[in-house]
Design a protein around this ligand. Structure first.
Ligand code: PLP
Length: 460
């Protein structure tokens, strides 16, 4: 990507990343194991990472970047924190998997139950996808109903039936629902508009006796960062109670991120079932779902609802998760994350004003959203999609050139960690100042380009 920045003295080369990607494409579909990593939505090829420490990652060419991806959420303590390394080393030396119960599982379960107010019993699984899929099975079993309400732009993993109007990866690929999902399964999912209770009410009016649950991200994080408007979560709780449906909070992203007790603790709205993941595993594959003991005891072997996993409660994941949650017991950690996020928001806003770029920042603590738009707020998926994706893409490459690695899609949140101290934040803001000027400058240029091209030739 061509960027002429007078302040950059060396031209960044990513030759090794490019070569490794060429090899990877021959081995894996699109060269990756999860679509967003392929950099398609920013119309480039991916950076291959060699290692990370704290707030910084180093690519295979030796370039270093301040990392805002944070593995898409898990790394709230930054890369390779000492406490996790120690816990992992200790656990690994004792064996990596047994298929038998261990005390480590009870230890992490206890911490989850103590932290998350609505959870009385918990089941560990291996991915967020699995957690939500299983929670929905449980909700269907407990209610004896089949239909699920989700929200456009809400992402709950890639299980059949939830790949209906899903955000982030699915949104940027332009496949709102995937081939291979049988129509009868997708037909069991009703889609409402985030932050618009009326659209949920309409679902209940049409199907009320058939709706098993509402599945919602209490802060939407897969259509960029879209917080709930006042009364939205409370309204969902009320509708569920009125109609005998269960409320599932998918807190895979928000759990331990916006508050130790998740978004439910932050907003004081209690779901029936909660899905966790990402931070829970401390960077290892791990997720969970939980609720009241009564509800959870429908699960096998206590009850009839089947769900199992060879590596569920894996000792390494339990050890890493326990280490991270222990660190998060210090109450000042969330204040520090909030302070860093506010510093970043203020810095970016003033940089944008100076550059003459319309930029909207929405963040809940260290879950951080940057929108190129004149809108005063983005409250749902349509509004998120209406933002200037081209401007975002130019910003992405300009920032990368200046040593800041953002998630390569306008629909992904940025994630700060405790390693993003005020000096790191200042460096991000510095990079953004120049990058936004560059975005503003190329704005006119690209408008001219488009005028010179036949209609329909531009990407998107
Ligand atoms: C990441 C995410 C998932 C899926 O988790 P995986 O571990 O990627 O399967 C589900 N729900 C939400 C809200 C997420 O952010």
């Amino acid at each position: 990507m061509e960027t002429q920045n007078p302040k950059t003295t060396t031209t960044t080369t990513r030759a090794k990343s490019e070569e490794q990607f060429r090899q990877a494409v021959k081995l894996m579909p699109g060269g990756v194991n999860s679509p967003v990593r392929a950099f398609r939505s920013v119309q480039g090829t991916p950076v291959f990472i060699r290692e990370g420490k704290g707030a910084v990652v180093t690519d295979v060419d030796g370039n270093t970047y301040i990392d805002l991806v944070g593995s898409y959420g898990p790394l709230i303590l930054g890369h390779a924190p000492e406490t996790v390394l120690v816990a992992l080393t200790k656990a690994a030396g004792r064996g990596t998997s047994f298929g038998m119960p261990t005390e480590l599982e009870s230890k992490l379960a206890r911490m989850v139950i103590d932290a998350v107010p609505s959870i009385g019993r918990v089941r560990m699984v291996n991915s967020g996808t699995e957690a939500v899929m299983s929670a929905i099975r449980l909700a269907r079993a407990a209610t004896g109903r089949d239909l699920v309400i989700k929200f456009a732009g809400g992402y709950h993993g890639h299980s059949d039936g939830l790949l209906v109007e899903a955000g982030s990866g699915a949104a940027t690929l332009g496949v709102p629902s995937s081939p291979g999902v049988p129509a009868p399964l997708a037909g069991l999912t009703l889609t409402a508009t985030y932050n618009e209770l009326d659209t949920v009410r309409r679902c209940f009016e049409q199907h009320h006796e058939r709706i098993a649950c509402i599945c919602v991200e209490p802060i939407a994080g897969n259509m960029n960062c879209v917080p709930p408007v006042k009364g939205f979560l409370e309204g969902l709780r009320e509708l569920c109670d009125q109609h005998g449906a269960l409320l599932i909070f998918d807190e895979v992203m928000t759990g331990f991120r916006v508050h130790r007790g998740g978004a439910q603790a932050l907003y004081d709205v209690m779901p029936d079932l909660t899905c966790l993941g990402k931070i829970l595993g401390g960077g290892l594959p791990c997720a969970a779902y939980g609720g009241s003991g009564n509800l959870m005891d429908n699960l096998a072997p206590e009850g009839p609802v089947y769900q199992a996993g060879t590596l569920s409660g894996n000792p390494l994941a339990m050890a890493a998760g326990t280490a991270v949650l222990t660190e998060l017991e210090q109450p000042e950690i969330y204040e520090k994350l909030d302070t860093a996020a506010s510093q970043l928001a203020n810095g970016l806003r003033s940089a944008a004003r100076r550059a003459g770029v319309d930029l909207l920042i929405q963040h809940v603590g260290s879950m951080f959203g940057v929108f190129f738009t004149r809108q005063k707020a983005v409250t749902n998926f349509d509004e998120a999609r209406a933002c200037d994706i081209e401007a975002f893409n130019r910003f992405f490459w300009a920032m990368l050139e200046r040593g800041v690695l953002m998630p390569p899609s306008a629909f992904e949140c940025w994630f700060l960690s405790t390693a993003h101290d005020s000096e790191v934040i200042e460096r991000i803001i510095d990079a953004a100042r120049d990058s936004l000027v560059q975005v503003a400058a190329s704005d006119g240029a690209s408008a001219d380009d488009q005028a010179a091209q036949p209609a329909g030739s531009s990407a998107n």
